[in-house]
Design a protein around this ligand. Structure first.
Ligand SMILES: [Zn+2]
Ligand SMILES: [Zn+2]
Length: 454
């Protein structure tokens, strides 16, 4: 009898789930004209990280109009927001967070397609809100400045510090790309600014009185190129010269480099970063310049998988006719995202959705990719992304066994953690997951710290 009843219960849950998923998909279809319009608005008004005033305002405004309780400027970030459904509730069991990004690339616009991320997230939230069961909570977290090029990038790391993810059971987002793909590994990334201070002099009249910061810059790159072959396989170092002098007849007294150091894990990142700093220290010694270091963006951590959550999303993508490929076997991308930091504290996914025909999507971080986000295929991906996110919310809210599996695979779940608590263990936080950029300038360098600039 029991078995028969259990079977019937399971069947009923399955039918309820199917019905709910059909409903949210219909909801997204009804929202299609609005979502296409918002996606295009963001595309036509791209804003770089920490300056996404219009984009964040538009997305948060839509949620507010729909009855979400919206808090703006979360965690001291002017363009962050948290929208909660139902309003006034607080807490929640479970709590599901949809993560919106909406920053663009300076000079390129939405070449990473964050207009689709922001719009799809809001579309999913609007479609699924009426199905959020009593006691549960749906959040939309507006996450500024994912692109690492801007000063102080890493909005999600700052929001983790602000406690936004405490109590969250799952954090979901989907990123536009060339193929439909499941979450894959990403690299840890340290954003290092190296500044040299030398002494200017007349380059022809009295070069012996000068100390060239430009030579220190050049020697750093030479040393890095010599170091490169001795770095472990997936460690990457790349950078640009920001300052190297102004006039050919003046020995440059200021030199500045911005570097990324990437590695598959935090454990491998710091030793690699120290070897990189040593290249700059050696260059400073050789040229008589002073050297100072500063992290100009937050350190991004590697993406930790949550298989049950990844698989739930993949099943929904498959149901939408977009079976995703696995990126684990191929080693995944070598890029970095602050979603990695989120995955260290709560179950998280960062899958991809194809915005172009197979093999014909323009490369990411180009104007052509930005145009593809508003093409018919891009708009199709936008709606499918909203549906897949909403369907996965349905799984988490209405299928207890999915939620339990996701919780069991949560960061820190193997440590003592009360069952059904769904709370983030603070102990699970990883060092470096959102460090405040700090000045590491050498004493006496005589330069004002720029750590405060944003
Ligand atoms: Zn991106
Ligand atoms: Zn990008």
């Amino acid at each position: 009898m029991d078995t028969e009843k259990a079977k019937m219960d399971r069947e009923k849950t399955r039918i309820d789930l199917e019905r709910a998923k059909t409903l949210v998909c219909r909801g997204v279809d009804d929202l299609a004209p609005l979502l296409r319009g918002v996606n295009r608005e963001l595309y036509e008004n791209p804003e770089p990280g920490h300056r996404e005033y219009r984009s964040a305002g538009r997305l948060a405004g839509l949620l507010e109009e729909a009855g979400f309780e919206v808090r703006r400027a979360t965690g001291g970030l002017e363009t962050a927001f948290v929208a909660a459904w139902p309003e006034g509730a607080g807490g929640g069991d479970p709590v599901v967070a949809l993560l919106a990004e909406y920053d663009a690339l300076p000079g390129i616009g939405h070449g990473c397609g964050h207009n689709i991320i922001g719009t799809a997230t809001v579309g999913a939230a609007l479609a699924v809100r009426s199905l959020v069961p009593g006691g549960a909570r749906l959040l939309v977290v507006g996450c500024p400045a994912e692109e690492g090029a801007v000063e102080g990038a890493g909005g999600k790391a700052a929001l983790i510090e602000a406690g936004v993810f405490e109590g969250v059971d799952a954090a979901l987002m989907v990123h536009p790309g060339p193929v439909n793909a499941m979450s894959g590994p990403t690299s840890c990334r340290l954003a290092l600014e190296v500044s040299f201070r030398g002494r200017s002099a007349h380059a022809a009249g009295a070069p012996h009185e000068g100390l060239s910061a430009l030579e220190a810059v050049l020697q750093t790159f030479n040393a890095l190129n010599a170091l490169r072959q001795h770095l472990p396989g997936r460690v990457r170092v790349h950078g640009v010269v920001v300052k190297g002098g102004e006039a050919p007849n003046v020995i440059p007294d200021e030199g500045e480099i911005r570097l990324y150091v990437r590695a598959p894990s935090v454990e491998e990142l710091e030793p690699a970063a120290e070897r990189v700093r040593n290249c700059a220290r050696g260059a400073a010694l050789a040229t008589g310049c002073q050297v100072a270091f500063r992290e100009f963006a937050r350190t991004y951590l590697d993406l930790r998988p949550n298989d049950p959550l990844d698989q739930a999303f993949a099943r929904n993508m498959t149901a939408l006719g977009r079976p995703p490929v696995s990126r684990r076997d191929t080693g995944g991308g070598l890029g970095s995202t602050d979603m990695g930091n989120v995955s260290h504290v709560v179950p998280a996914i960062h899958p991809f959705i194809a915005i172009g025909p197979p093999g014909r999507t323009p490369p990411s971080h180009t104007r052509e990719f930005a145009q593809a986000t508003v093409s018919p295929e891009g708009e199709g991906a936008l709606l499918a992304a909203a549906k897949a996110l909403a369907m996965t919310c349905v799984d988490l809210f209405l299928a207890p066994e999915t939620l339990e599996a996701v919780r069991r695979a949560a960061p820190g779940a193997d440590r003592a953690r009360p069952p059904h608590s769904g709370r983030t263990s603070k102990a699970a936080r990883t060092p470096g997951s959102g460090r405040t950029p700090k000045t590491a300038r050498t004493p006496g360098s005589g330069r004002t710290s720029k750590a405060g600039r944003t």
